[in-house]
Design a binder for this molecule. Structure first.
Ligand SMILES: [Fe+2]
Length: 288
């Protein structure tokens, strides 16, 4: 990971305070728009000199949880996740974000036939608690849906200090930890970048980051592809989603030919595994 001098960090912080986006700051200070993740990292640290934390978790068997969009998740998605837990015995669980839909809080127009913001939260909490019972320890990526309350607060000029933490809102324990992005140290010595959804082409993201990459967000993309350079073999993996395609919350996607792909992904012994959730003609999970 590139270490920036304190003066570079100060420039980034100053431009951010003037309202420049991470992309613009990356172009102005680092000479390339694609380095905006580097800017985000500096800004997330408050512009202070911090050493990247070493990843000390056991990453030998990682289960990813793709976009659930609770309470509009697939009715069999939790059974499917319990099955994957039993089958792969994950040493680490990472939720890729969009754990909640927050449809009624969206910046897009909301459907009056769906829940209001309060009802949606009430309806979601029991599912969140069930998910915590299955996975008491979990890393979660910040995301466009999951972080809607924070995003709305920012839009309306409300400082973070006034907002409850994700753990407090959902009533979950300290075992659930939220991250902007993550860099995992895999057992074979390679690294893997994890983000909710930074680029529509995850293979390109992997090449730009110089390490493997895993994403959620792109509901119609489920799969893993490899690439190599003289130094090693890397992969990009998209994990699909675990939504209920029949829900009104996803009516917007009816205009698309591409349908959402239901499933998720894992990294087992440093290699990606894709697990599609095969559905029968009634849309129920067909356990194989
Ligand atoms: Fe999503």
């Amino acid at each position: 990971m590139t270490q920036h001098s304190q003066s570079t960090k100060d420039k980034m912080k100053a431009l951010s305070e003037l309202g420049f986006s991470s992309r613009e700051i990356a172009k102005l200070v680092l000479g390339s728009e694609t380095k905006k993740s580097s800017v985000n990292r500096v800004l997330a640290s408050g512009g202070k000199s911090v050493k990247p934390k070493k990843d000390t978790e056991d990453n030998s068997r990682i289960l990813f949880i793709s976009d659930l969009h609770i309470p509009y998740h697939h009715p069999d998605s939790f059974t499917f996740l319990r099955h994957l837990k039993e089958k792969y015995k994950p040493t680490r669980v990472i939720c890729l974000g969009d754990e909640l839909d927050k449809h009624s809080l969206s910046y897009h127009e909301s459907d009056p036939d769906l829940y209001s913001a309060g009802h949606e939260l009430d309806a979601s909490i029991p599912f969140i608690h069930e998910l915590e019972e299955i996975f008491p320890k979990m890393d979660i990526l910040e995301s466009n849906h999951g972080s809607l309350v924070w995003r709305k607060a920012k839009t309306n000029g409300i400082p973070k200090h006034y907002i409850k933490s994700y753990n407090d809102v959902l009533g979950v324990g300290k075992g659930w930890k939220w991250h902007f992005d993550m860099t995992l140290d895999l057992p074979d010595g390679t690294q893997c970048y994890v983000h909710h959804g930074k680029a529509s082409d995850v293979l390109k993201l992997s090449q730009q980051m110089g390490m493997s990459a895993v994403q959620g967000h792109y509901h119609t993309d489920l799969g893993a592809r490899f690439w190599a350079n003289p130094n090693g073999l890397y992969f990009g993996m998209q994990c699909g989603c675990l939504i209920d395609r029949e829900s009104y919350a996803f009516a917007y996607s009816n205009v698309n030919i591409k349908k959402q792909l239901i499933g998720t992904g894992l990294i087992i012994d440093s290699l990606p595994i894709v697990e599609p959730m095969i559905l029968n003609e009634r849309g129920e999970w067909k356990k194989r």
